[in-house]
Ligand binder design. Structure first.
Ligand SMILES: C[S@@+](CC[C@H](N)C(=O)[O-])C[C@H]1O[C@@H](n2cnc3c(N)ncnc32)[C@H](O)[C@@H]1O
Length: 273
């Protein structure tokens, strides 16, 4: 196995001071990085998409685990460090420079199933998460998502109905996938430390319920949680057929959005056709 220099040395040698504009907070603890790389299970020989490798901390853990990694990084300053890493693991690492939000990931991965691992800035992470979990096509080409979020967002993704964390993100993440909180990561593990705690969410696709369109479900949750303090009879009023759907399903229109389970949202969307 390749003998790699410590990450701090790599960063110093390549002058990779963390850029605030690019949301850079680096992880240096290699044991922690190995534990993160182990979350999706055995990656040996598997295709992995890593978004935002930065200086390559998680990347080296993935390569050590035997994964074939395609990494998309926006910051050109990181490329020489990633190139060095690629040389230490011949044939295992492909680096693509650019904005992951503007790329077709399935195409980049050559149509082959892949696991996604990523530690991204909050806004980019949420945008990609919504994209990976949205759309009518299911199952997706990705086999799992292992993503770092600020802890509060991670809790919203895995939330059950009945609480204030439950909302559109939870329904999106749970109606045809299993989402669990895999690991909490203390802010002090990052350089520089962010203001808030982080957590890693692990998502795996499940079967898509029959007769439901992703777009319709999205419209229902958008309307319901858009006015989450209101009763459904008010918040869903603007959606044609929604109040009739509640009636036919025996769902009390005086309930509020956060009391509806994921399954109940799915049945409302199914009734709307
Ligand atoms: C929070 S840092 C994490 C770096 C490294 N993975 C780690 O854990 O130490 C996020 C990385 O994502 C990169 N990045 C930010 N926005 C991006 C985008 N839209 N596409 C690709 N990379 C992006 C940043 O340049 C940065 O290297």
């Amino acid at each position: 196995m390749a003998d790699l220099p410590p990450l701090r040395e790599v960063i110093a040698r390549h002058g990779l001071s963390a850029s605030k504009a690019l949301g850079q907070n680096f992880l240096f603890d290699e044991q922690l990085l190995d534990r993160i790389a182990a979350i999706p299970g055995d990656l040996s020989g598997k295709a992995v998409l890593e978004v935002g490798p930065g200086p390559g901390g998680l990347t080296r853990a993935l390569l050590r685990a035997g994964a074939r990694v395609t990494a998309i990084e926006m910051d050109t300053r990181c490329l020489p460090a990633l190139e060095e890493l690629g040389e230490a693991f011949p044939g295992q690492l492909k680096v693509i420079q650019g904005d992951a939000l503007k790329m077709d990931h399935a195409e980049i991965m050559g149509g082959e199933p892949f696991a996604v691992l990523s530690n991204l800035p909050y806004n980019v992470g949420t945008a990609l998460f919504t994209r990976w979990l949205g759309g009518e096509e299911w199952p997706p080409l990705w086999t799992s998502l292992t993503l770092m979020f600020q802890q509060e967002v991670a809790q919203r993704i895995v939330a059950s109905h009945g609480g204030s964390a439950y909302g559109r993100l939870a329904v999106l993440a749970q109606w045809r996938a299993r989402a669990k909180l895999a690991m909490k990561v203390h802010r002090s593990a990052f350089t520089p430390p962010p203001k808030v705690m982080s957590a890693i969410v692990h998502v795996t696709p499940t079967a898509m319920p029959n007769g439901v369109s992703a777009r319709t479900l999205e419209r229902v949750t958008e309307a319901a949680f858009g006015q989450r303090r209101k009763m459904l009879r008010q918040s869903l009023k603007s959606l044609p057929g929604a109040l009739e759907a509640l009636d036919s399903l025996g769902i009390d229109p005086q309930r509020r959005a956060e009391t509806l389970s994921v399954e109940e949202f799915v049945s409302v969307a199914r009734a709307l056709g």
